[in-house]
Design a protein around this ligand. Sequence first.
Ligand code: GAR
Length: 190
Amino acid sequence: MKNKKIAVLFSGEGTNMEALIKNLHDQTFNDTKITVSLTLTNNPTANGINRSKKYKIDPIILDHKTYSDREKFDKKLVEIIKDHDIDLCVLAGFMRILTPVFTDNIKAINIHPSLLPLFKGANALKRSFESDMKIAGVTTHMVTSELDSGKIVDQACFSKDGLSFEDFKAKITQTEHSLYPKSVKKVLLT
Ligand code: GAR
C-alpha cells in the first residue's frame, strides 16, 4: 500500500477543498491511500476554515498581511508544506500570486474557472460569462511561475445557452467539484 499526502490551500469559501476532502480524504484507490494532511489559508476570516474543521482537519492560518513581501510569505509557506512531507499541493481558490520561491520548490495543481488559455487572471468567471463564446468551462493545470499557464491536466465544458449569471456560477461550481478530485487522482496515481 502506498500513501500520498496532499495539502489544500484556499482563501475564501473553500467549497473545492470540501469536495476534495469528501472525495479523496482517507480513501484508497487501487493500492494508494490519499490523505489530506494539511489545509491552509492566507485569510483569517475565510469561510473555508469552518468547512475544514467539520472534517476534523484544523487549518493553518498564514496571514499574508503579516509578511513584508511576497517572497517572505512564500518562504514560510514552502517551509510548512515541506514540514508536512506533502506529495502534491492543491490550490483551491488560493488567491495569491506565487513567486518562484514557491513555484520552484513545490509541485502544485490549480483550478481555474475558465477554459484556459482563455480568461487568465482575475474575474475569469465573469469575463467567461460575458464573452460571446457558446461554451464555458473549467481547467485544472500544473502551477508554474507564469500565472494560469502551466501544463493542462484536464478540462470540462458546458453550453452557456439560456443560463443566467446565477445559473452559470452554479454550473461552474458543480463542474469544478466533479473535475478537481479526478484531476488530483490523475496527477497522484499516474
Ligand atoms: C473557484 O471557482 C476557483 O476556480 C477560483 O476560485 C473559486 C474558489 O471557490 N479560482 C480562481 O479564480 C483562481 N484564479 P471555493 O473557495 O468555493 O473553492
